[in-house]
Design a protein around this ligand. Sequence first.
Ligand code: CP
Length: 300
Amino acid sequence: MKSLVSVNDLSKQEILNILDMATQFEANPNRRLAENKVIASIFFEPSTRTRLSFETAINRLGARVIGFSEVSNTSVSKGESLKDTITMIANYADMIVMRHPLEGSVRYASEISKVPVINAGDGSNQHPTQTLLDLYSIRKTQGRLDNLHITMVGDLKYGRTIHSLLMAMSHFNPAFRFIAPQEMALPEEYKKYLKSKDIPFEELSDLAANINDTDIVYMTRVQKERFSEPMEYEKLKNVYILKNSMLEHTKSGMKVLHPLPRVGEISEDVDNNPKAYYFNQAQNGVYARMAAICYLLGIS
Ligand code: CP
């Protein structure tokens, strides 16, 4: 039994195998390979894409889904512990997909559960299946994962998709550029991680001046829910806004990615630019999650 809590739970070869499987699912999405399985989708934090793409993936695989997206309708609201909740759900389902606001909570759940647990996002820590769909989107649009220049923008401090993606990309000899307000800069632990792997990175402040030679611009939202002080959020939320005019001199094959939701950091005038890929990226989540489910359930 294998859980997927951090992207580092997968080797480079396992990542590539999952991406190959995802390619097959995109070509033929209705594959009833998991008809006898029940998968629990438990979301302690709001979600649109992750929950619904997982549930679509489960349905397309012919499995059945149970779960909740609103904690107030569960016995957690009566004070039941996470340990008891996970122990019970693991008795009902063959796999658990879990999102939770606390960093480390999904690792804890995976240690209690007798069935595989997939991390659908734990606080500002990790979001490994987002990374799988990000890698899938990057490989599909760039034709490769190796030797790419990636510019990450926005909330690099709390952005779990940033943390997971830079770790996974570290297998593929990338060069990074980080553009964030000082208050949202990439935490030291991730800089140390990149340095330990001799991966070059620059920390810059001007968005328009620094995207013309990059292959991927990965935008992120400043996450209101991570701030205890509303004024701090108001100060930072609109520091970086990508506008269509900024894309004029970028590379022809460059793509703009965003894990979504966006709340203004990508101007709507970018949406019709062929370099905008974020809605396709979200669609790719179904195929990547079908592949991750099959891989963890041992279905080839
Ligand atoms: N990308 C992502 O995790 O989106 P949701 O919060 O809508 O699931």
